[in-house]
Design a protein around this ligand. Structure first.
Ligand code: CTP
Length: 444
């Protein structure tokens, strides 16, 4: 069970650290929390202790009832001599949110509280996710502190652009979303470095999305894979909803994470990306053009407008195959009914419609969630049935991957091979899919 030490410094975004613990625990990680005294003023230790299932420490000389052990780890027989036993036991140390003040202390090597002392004592990878007011973030002092940390090999999860805590304030400084923080940690735990980083090239990734970088240099450099500058990529994500009446619908549980990861990966390679988002609650990076839709018919109409000019189509949306034949205007009343039958009619197959109009030079990728013994063969049959170049197959009988999870495991089917991509964060899966698109475009 991977052990994540979470350092929470002062800032409104401290509440997002709670969600991080919930997601990390659900994904099977063991989490312990250290807070700065200011961090504790924003979200109290009781919430962190309840969610992590372990005591929370703030003071360097505080007694640790868990003796430096993480949940699931055996308690040592003796009280460790050092208050830093906790970080010695960690596989990764994530500091989120990292306030401007904490960043400055980390860059200066100060160790005036447990969070900063742990950072100095850490031998595991350290990930820092800044969150603050946009002016504080853009200040030369903060930027130079971030550069210092990067140069030392600290992974920086850059903040996103958007509404900030102060009333009416917009700008860069929002803490990266908890899902993003978790996938970065998982990626580092699995591979040693996050996708979207280019540790040896001196490049940074674009900064608007919670992107990760480990070295200093110019913004918007291509982090991995081929350069997609000049390519137009159309991505569909999420799940359609087909109305039963004005308030109810037939839908599915696709979160849109896979589509978002694909859109972001294409953007990081330099492509111009349009995302057709069907009921996606997650926030796409600001640099991506988003067209929001709800039903299969709306998705179809929007894709038909965008398809002609795209070079690559990544059809990750879960599109309803059927919809209520006669949606009711208003809310259906229960009345005295003991049973309600809703007649469904087929929707259009959006992908088949698009592939029938495809032009040479376009690359089309379908996604197939299948289960059962013939799952792989069903997925393979979609290569010709849908008129696409690749089908990304995932096995939905597995509860630990897929629809709502931050990780996935897929097989990418093309006419001549089946490439297995082992369990990994959706960002890594997205990168593997884009690599296959590169190969297809080279050989086309
Ligand atoms: N798709 C689509 N329009 C639909 C249904 C699916 O464009 N009405 C797309 C999906 O976005 C996906 C691919 O087709 O990229 C395969 O989806 P899937 O649901 O597996 O295909 P179906 O044709 O619905 O086949 P099945 O009967 O196995 O559900």
């Amino acid at each position: 069970m991977p052990r994540i030490l979470l350092g929470v410094s002062g800032g409104i975004a401290a509440y997002k650290a709670l969600e991080f613990i919930r997601l990390a625990s659900a994904a099977g990680h063991s989490v312990r929390v250290v807070q700065t005294p200011t961090g504790r003023r924003f979200v109290g230790e009781a919430s962190f202790a309840a969610l992590s299932g372990a005591p929370v420490l703030t003071d360097e000389f505080e007694h640790d009832p868990a003796r430096g052990a993480f949940p699931g780890q055996e308690l040592p027989a003796h009280q460790p001599l050092s208050h830093l036993q906790l970080v010695a036991n960690a596989d990764i140390y994530l500091i989120a949110p990292a306030s401007a003040n904490t960043l400055a202390k980390l860059a200066g090597g100060l160790a005036d509280n447990l969070l900063t002392s742990c950072a100095l004592a850490a031998t595991c990878p350290v990930v820092v996710a800044p969150a603050m007011n946009n002016h504080m973030y853009e200040h030369a002092a903060t930027q130079s502190n971030i550069d210092v940390l990067r140069a030392r090999g600290v992974h920086i999860v850059e903040p996103g652009i958007g509404r900030l805590a102060s009333l009416g304030e917009q700008g860069v400084g929002r803490l990266a979303e908890p899902e993003r923080l978790l996938s970065v940690c998982e990626e580092i735990l699995v591979t040693g470095s996050p996708s979207g980083s280019a540790p040896d090239s001196g490049a940074t990734s674009a900064s608007s999305s919670g992107a990760v970088s480990t070295t200093s240099g110019g913004a918007n450099a291509v982090p991995s894979g081929a350069d997609w500058s000049g390519l137009r990529v159309l991505v569909t994500a999420g799940g359609t909803r087909e109305p039963i009446d004005s308030v109810r619908f037939v839908g599915n549980s696709s979160s849109g994470r896979m589509g978002l990861a694909l859109a972001d990966a294409a953007r990081l390679r330099g492509a111009e990306v349009t995302l057709v988002a069907a009921n996606v609650g997650l926030q796409p990076p600001a640099a991506i053009a988003v067209r929001r839709v709800s039903t299969a018919a709306e998705l179809q109409a929007t894709c038909e407008q965008e398809f002609r000019t795209c070079d690559v189509l990544l059809m990750a949306a879960a599109v309803a195959d059927f919809r209520p034949a006669s949606p009711v205007d208003g809310k259906i009343k229960k009345g005295g009914r003991r049973r309600l039958t809703i007649e469904l009619e087929p929707t259009a197959d959006v992908l088949c419609g698009l592939s029938s109009q495809r032009e040479p030079g376009q690359t089309l990728v379908a996604f197939a969630a299948e289960h059962g013994s013939d799952a792989l063969e069903h997925a393979r049959a979609k290569l010709s049935a849908k008129g696409v170049d690749a089908v990304v197959f995932n096995d939905i009988s597995r509860a630990d991957i897929g629809f709502e999870s931050v990780v996935n495991e897929v097989t990418i089917l093309t006419s001549d091979r089946a490439e297995q991509v082992p369990r990994a964060p959706k960002e890594s899966i997205a990168s593997a899919i884009l690599d296959v698109v590169d190969r297809l475009r080279e050989t086309a």
